[in-house]
Every structure is written in C-alpha cells, then in structure tokens.
Design a protein around this ligand. Sequence first.
Ligand SMILES: Cc1cc2nc3c(=O)[nH]c(=O)nc-3n(C[C@H](O)[C@H](O)[C@H](O)COP(=O)(O)OP(=O)(O)OC[C@H]3O[C@@H](n4cnc5c(N)ncnc54)[C@H](O)[C@@H]3O)c2cc1C
Length: 414
Amino acid sequence: MKRYSAFAIAREGFRAHKGWDRAWTAPEPRKNYDVIIVGAGGHGLATAYYLGRNFGITNVAILEKGWLGGGNTGRNTTIIRSNYLQDPSAAIYEKARSLYETLSQDLNYNVMFSPRGLIMLAQTHHEVRGYQRTAHANKLQGVDTEWISPTRVKELCPIIELKGPRYPVLGGLYQERGGTARHDAVAWGYARACSAMGMDIIQNCEVTGIRTEAGRVRGVSTTKGEIDCQKLGIVVAGHSGVLAQMAGFRLPIESVALQALVSEPIKPCMDVVVMANTVHGYMSQSDKGEMVIGGGADGFNNYTQRGSFHHIEETVRSLIETFPMVSRLKMLRQWGGIVDMTGDRSPILSKTPVDNIFINCGWGTGGFKAIPGSGWGFAELMATGESALCEAFSLDRFRAGRFIDESVAAGVAH
Ligand SMILES: Cc1cc2nc3c(=O)[nH]c(=O)nc-3n(C[C@H](O)[C@H](O)[C@H](O)COP(=O)(O)OP(=O)(O)OC[C@H]3O[C@@H](n4cnc5c(N)ncnc54)[C@H](O)[C@@H]3O)c2cc1C
C-alpha cells in the first residue's frame, strides 16, 4: 500500500489522481482464519490492528454486518478525555488518549485528533466535590487534569452564561489535552492499516450463529457461509447480548439508544469541548462550524438507531440555560446509536465461559475515546490470554462484586 504524504499528493495531482490504491480491499471470506473479529467498529478494527502490529497475528478476518464504522463509531460526538475516577479506567482511557496523540502518524492516516481542551462543568455542590475528588485522583494516576474557577471557565469559553437561574457554573474539571478526533477517520485509518497487513475486512457479512464443540469455539455461521477460526473476538457494542446468546452465555448488559444532533454551521465561537452533566448536555464545534450537541440516553431498552423529537427539545432546552446562544441556532441533523450499558458503567474486556471466545463491550455512551487503548489491551488479551489493561474489566467482576463504579463519570455524558 502506498504511503500518504505531501509528495504523494503532489505526484497524484499531476496524474489526475489515478494512481491511488483502494484504501482497503473487498475480499470474499476464506474457509479458515486464526482469528475472527465480529464487528468492524473502532474497537474491532483497533483490536485487529494491534494483533497484527504488536503480535504479528495477521491471518485475521473482521466481519461486519453493515458497512465498516457504520455503528456507534460513525455516530458519536467524538469526545476524547481520560479524566476518570477509578484507577483501571484512568489507565485504559489515558493509554487511549496518549495513543490518539500520534495515531495519525502511526496509521499514516489523518484522524484529525484535536486536543483543544475539555471542561466538565460543575453546576451543583455535589459536582464540585465529585470533580475536585477526580482531579486529586487524576494527579495520583498521572492523568493531567485540573480544577478551574468559574472565571477561568469563562476565559476558555466566552459563550457560557455563568449565572444560569437554576444551575450557575461553580467551576470545572479541565483536561487541557482532551478534545476530539474525526470518528469515521479513526475507523478508516485502522481499516486501511489492517488491510495493508493482509487482513480481510468483510462487509455486509452478518454473523448469525457461533459454532462451539466441547466448550471451545470452532467457527461462525454468516450470511456469506460457514467460517472456521481458532479464536473469536466479539466486538459488537449494542448487539453484544445477541452474540453472547449465540455462544450460549448471558451478559450483564442493556442496550439503549443514545442520540445526538448538530446545528447549522456558524462562525467559530467555541474552541473547547464543554460537558454539562447536571443538565444532560454537552457541546463542541466541528471544523465545519456546526455545533455538535449530545444529550442523555433513552430511559428504556431498545435496539433502534434513530432520533426522536422529545430528545431534541429536552437537550436544547437544558443547554440554553448555560449556552443562551443555542436558542438562536437552527438544528440540522439528528441521529441515534445503540449503546451497551453495564451496571457499573464500565466496559467488559474479558475471556468468556467458552474457550477462545473473547468479548469487548459495555463501552456505553463513552467508548469512542477508548478505541486505541481498548484495541491495544484486547489484542494482548486475545494473543496471550492476559492483559494488565483489561484485567479489572473481566466478566467475573459482576459475580465477585468487584465493580468499577464509573456511573458518575460515564453514565450520563461522554
Ligand atoms: C450519539 C452517540 C454519541 C456518542 N458520543 C461519544 C463521545 O462523544 N465520546 C465517546 O468516547 N463515545 C461516544 N459514544 C460512544 C461510542 O460511539 C461507542 O462507545 C463506540 O463507538 C463503540 O465502538 P464499537 O466499535 O464497540 O461499536 P460499533 O461502532 O457500534 O461497532 C460494532 C459493529 O458491530 C456490527 N455488528 C453487530 N452485530 C453484528 C453481527 N451479528 N455480525 C457482524 N457485525 C455485527 C455493527 O454493525 C457495528 O458496525 C457515543 C455514542 C452515540 C450513539
């Protein structure tokens, strides 16, 4: 595969851009692979990439029922941060954030990582205490965050109204190297790198069954036929429960729709990401100028990938108190994704009751930011059977009661 570079762009400019390779190939599935990953979202693709890059395992197929990156990876609001409270969470999210710093160079693909800074607003005294505690925890974990005053919040984000009638801004938890990246570019970059290593990304190929024998995986049934494998990674976010059922075990997980919306594009007015968890809203400005707005998850379980009018109304109504300018914006698009929520709002990266089946799920409303770290750790777990990054996130924590309670950090916003 040809490298992308300024020189290559100039060269192709003189050749009417006829010399580019396809970013990834479109093969038919072979009969057998060492590893099959189900789900070509960011986490599945990153897992495949690090299996190849870190462990030399390249006889890999990534099976996707739709198009790659068409699940939550292509539907999220792209917030990246690592200011989590619990040590195992801070470790995996900070690993991911630090990998994002050089991901464009590593993949030779511009993922548009933009560490523009991220503020989580404290709008109640409970939040002040919670975020100050997180800032202290982050210091001990080596994660660079700080508690900032309302005046500093206003300096960083002049369009904020500090003295909202119900929820005045009392300060914020600030992560200077948090920010955003282009979501589908992350999927495309990993896909291109996987394809360059000889892996097969097979789109429009739904896994409809999982074959096991004597407690061990043998292969999968798909809409493109039977495929055998030595190891299987299930990385399907909102459909994790469905795939686990095919393999004969249950997951402590619920699927709900999470929605987001964008406004018409306007001139640059906000160069940080701001999250207001008390009112269930957060906002950043895209490079195109749209205000990217996210709200809470649906209050009932469902598998629908759609938006609904009451969410636009609720999210915008609550944001207006903190961002009055939102009342003058026209909303352009709205959509939804199916997120996979665990009880402690932390992910599952684990072996399963079936030998050589591994599961990566439960990222809920906030897994985009974790993609590189999750792929790194999960690849290690699949290749070697152990991973320090994943250890605390095993399935048996629900049986043993070793919850990683991030409900304050991850359950509401991102
Ligand atoms: C509206 C919204 C906003 C969000 N905002 C943020 C944010 O700002 N920051 C953040 O960090 N996170 C955010 N998230 C969460 C984040 O998007 C997800 O945690 C993350 O993208 C999950 O990635 P994934 O690869 O696990 O899943 P997905 O990208 O959903 O990929 C799973 C893939 O599996 C495929 N699949 C399912 N079943 C099968 C099958 N039987 N056979 C084959 N393939 C199958 C699906 O088609 C899908 O492509 C948001 C999510 C939503 C919906």
